[in-house]
Design a protein around this ligand. Structure first.
Ligand code: PFF
Length: 450
């Protein structure tokens, strides 16, 4: 059974790792592009509101259950269930969670591979290697496969090191790098002509759009994906936190870092789009729609960088390097979910578990690459639009209805003996019981029938 478990050595280590998981392509690519096509500041406001009022409570459910069980999601949900039926349902939820986490990694590794390829293309541009540059930046099987495999090897390499030597150590190195390069890029882009136009769109809300149902649903999906909820990632990271940590505080710090980076990325991507427009790059269709929302980063931004000469090459390198790091600190958290499960439930050695599971996920990525147009969008929609909200719903049900309230309180008291007197304890328990499940179900219904 349970092998010796890892643990984060410090609060900072946990915050870096959990924020590393949360901050990823979803923040730097997904959030700004969605904001750009959903009314800028209106989307920003709704996103901020939902992230604090819904995603944070759901994050807390995962962290508290994980820390209590000091185990993976399958064992944790079993442990807090009072009877056989609920234990079985809990185990199923955990298993579906790790399958979904693996599937998310299978498409995420493909996109992250493109980021590395675009990052390297700065060198081929500088050296005037036109053929290599075309291979790196154009959609093709050999490029997609090579960089997906490279990215998976990096993820596997870090996860083999375990919690402290792998996840914590690398998150502590990569997250500051990410923050510094993001801030430098924002400052630079804001000095360019046209940037202020984008800034205006980002900061002046159009309240009519803020209330549209489509916008609210997209913002909620973005907040859940962004905080890595539903698949057991945060539960596993919670299981590696020391007992004396005050969970509501560390959870809110992680939420704050995640949201701040998404908001900061908006200060980069929206102004950059308008700088591109200013430089003659087409970013809107004649009907005023954003061109190719999903591929914006790979089409509009490189075109923008190309109009900026040598500075553009440097900026392009920094930008795609930043994206690659953000993707890596998220992918390690996805791989840790199935890995922790097989180590703890089946007594497999970490190295063997990491290579076998990482290899299997890479195989799924190859299948997606071979049938890209049929499978890519399908896997993204199945995992992020349907599975994540539904699994998030299950975690809220387990934390709010199935787990005994006294045990829950006992877990929170370990890090804060006076937790009963806090606002958190007055609001969160019924919130996670009623409000979160109802709203998550509403999103789920909307994604099915919307
Ligand atoms: N939060 C990550 C992002 O914003 O890119 C995505 C993610 C990471 C989703 C880990 C799910 C997960 F388990």
């Amino acid at each position: 059974m349970a092998a010796a478990r890892g643990e984060f050595s410090s609060r900072l280590g946990f915050i870096m790792a959990a924020a590393g998981s949360a901050v990823g392509l979803g923040n730097i690519w997904g959030f700004p592009t969605q904001a750009a096509s959903n009314g800028g500041a209106a989307f920003l406001l709704v996103y901020l509101f939902l992230a604090f009022t819904l995603a944070y409570p759901a994050l807390m459910a995962e962290l508290i259950i994980g820390r209590h069980a000091h185990a993976n999601a399958v064992s944790a949900l079993r442990l807090i269930s009072p009877n056989r039926l609920l234990r079985g349902l809990g185990a199923c939820t955990g298993i579906v969670g790790f399958i979904v986490a693996s599937l998310i990694l299978s498409f995420y590794a493909i996109v992250a591979g493109w980021m590395i390829a675009f990052c390297l293309s700065a060198f081929s541009t500088l050296l005037g290697l036109g053929n290599i540059n075309a291979w790196l930046t154009e959609f093709g099987f050999s490029r997609n496969l090579s960089f997906m495999l490279l990215f998976m090897c990096l993820t596997i390499g870090i996860i083999s090191g375990g919690v402290r030597e792998g996840i914590e150590r690398w998150s502590e190195r990569l997250m500051p790098m990410l923050l510094v390069s993001l801030v430098l890029l924002v400052i630079y882009v804001l000095t360019l002509d046209g940037a202020m136009e984008g800034l205006k769109i980002y900061l002046l809300p159009d309240f009519e759009r803020a209330l549209s149902p489509k916008l609210i649903i997209s913002a909620l999906g973005a907040a859940f994906f962004s905080l890595s909820l539903g698949v057991g990632t945060m539960l596993i990271y919670g299981s590696y936190i020391k007992d004396e940590e005050n969970l509501p505080v560390v959870g809110s710090l992680v939420t704050l870092v995640d949201i701040s980076i998404a908001v900061l990325a908006g200060f980069l991507v929206l102004p950059a789009m308008y700088v591109a427009l200013h430089n003659g790059v087409e970013i809107f269709t004649p009907a005023g729609q954003l061109i190719s929302e999903d591929t914006l980063i790979f089409t509009v931004l490189p075109e923008l960088f190309a109009t900026m000469g040598l500075a553009g090459t440097v900026v392009s390198f920094v930008f795609f390097f930043l994206m690659s790091i953000a993707a890596l600190t998220s992918s390690i958290s996805m791989l840790e979910v199935p890995v922790a499960y097989v180590i703890e439930e089946h007594g497999v050695q970490r190295k063997a578990a990491v290579w076998v599971i990482g290899g299997l996920i890479a195989l799924v990525s190859v299948v997606i690459l071979l049938n890209f147009s049929a499978l890519f969008g399908l896997v993204v929609a199945f995992t992020t639009r349907y599975s994540q909200p539904l699994l998030g719903f299950m975690f809220c049900i387990y934390a709010g209805w199935i787990w005994h309230r006294d045990q829950l309180l006992g877990e929170l008291r370990k890090g804060n003996p006076d937790v009963e007197d806090t606002l958190f304890w007055k609001i969160w328990p019924w919130y996670v019981r009623v409000i979160c499940p109802v709203i998550i179900l509403a999103i789920f219904a909307q994604s099915l029938w919307g």
